[in-house]
Design a protein around this ligand. Structure first.
Ligand code: CP
Length: 315
């Protein structure tokens, strides 16, 4: 694996899930791989899980880690070509990326979308500019449209917990007070579509994900219908793709409630975290024995460790 930006960078997703489980069983088995190698983590946006789990994974692999909040501590970066830089952006990615690459063997980048410019967001200008100009492997720590480290951890979690070969997995939209990216929903759909699981996406009218991400999933606007017989309920909010970046009125009743969970096949409750209790999910659900959100967050270490291991093996 050269980069880890989207699933097309992965040779075999099922093998990567197995590699994550193997790293979990034996976390220090490949400590030699990262010796004298440096991982740089660049955050344009906030993070708890991604920041700490990626550092932990790198330490397990024997790497050195440098972390920078580029969004608040760095020079503001220009990504457009052929511009006169007479505004507030002090450095161009054409210099910044190759400079960072002289200090780091692998670079992880987190950069959220604007939610105002659909074209620019979906072209992944920030991640693709790092890929283009850094010349070292790039790991996507959540970009404008995708969160592959999260999705791989989600597949690892489902693989650990599924009771049937082909579980019914439901991605359900849930309410939020802020306009959030589509990245987690997009990515979860994209990765689920690479399995043979039964996969349903439930969301209110106006919140359909981009078709290239929803793929072969069954899409319904009826949440109760989706929940019927489900083995996994994955809750997430996202702002509208069609009415780009907007929160549409209504839909507060899409909260994941204990009453709705009764429709399922005693489904496991999943969410990538952070989660707003009382908006996305009732306390009775997230505090129940069927909530696996902590295990899911723990698996973020093994997901990114499997990715870094494979990149290091190819260097
Ligand atoms: N799920 C996730 O990516 O969490 P953080 O935003 O805290 O990194």
């Amino acid at each position: 694996m050269k980069h880890f930006i989207n699933p097309s960078d992965v040779k075999n997703v099922q093998e990567l899930v197995k590699a994550g489980l193997a790293q979990k069983a034996n976390p220090l088995s490949h400590q030699h791989l990262g010796k004298n190698k440096t991982l740089g983590l660049l955050f344009f946006n906030s993070s708890l899980r991604t920041r700490l789990s990626t550092q932990k994974a790198a330490i397990n692999l024997g790497m050195n880690v440098m972390v920078m909040n580029v969004g608040s501590d760095g020079w503001q970066l220009e990504f457009d070509e052929n511009v006169i830089m007479n505004g507030n952006k002090a450095e161009h990615i054409k210099e910044a990326a190759p400079v960072i690459a002289q200090y780091c063997d692998i670079i992880g980048v987190r950069s959220f979308p604007s939610l105002t410019d659909k074209k620019a967001d979906y072209e992944e200008q920030v991640l693709e500019s790092f890929r283009k100009y850094a010349g070292v492997p790039i790991v996507n720590l959540e970009s404008a449209t995708r969160h592959p480290c999260q999705s791989l951890a989600d597949l690892i979690t489902i693989a650990e917990l599924k009771k049937t070969a082909r579980p019914k997995v439901v991605l359900t939209w849930a309410p939020h007070i802020r306009a959030l990216p589509q990245a987690v929903g997009n990515s979860f759909a994209e990765w689920l579509n690479l399995t043979d699981y039964e996969f349903v996406i439930a969301n209110p009218e106006g919140y359909d994900l981009a078709p290239e991400y929803a793929g072969k999933a069954k899409i319904t606007h009826n949440q109760a219908e989706a929940f019927a017989g489900a083995d996994f309920i994955y809750a997430k909010n996202w702002s509208s793709y069609k009415h780009y970046g907007q929160i549409l009125p209504g839909n507060e009743d899409w909260i994941v409630s204990a009453e709705k969970m009764k429709l399922t096949n005693q489904a496991k409750f999943m969410h990538c975290l952070p989660v707003r209790r009382g908006l996305i999910v009732e306390d009775a659900v997230i505090d129940s024995a069927d909530s696996v959100v902590i295990q899911q967050a723990g698996n973020r270490v093994w997901s990114v460790q499997a990715v870094l291991k494979e990149i290091l093996e190819g260097m």
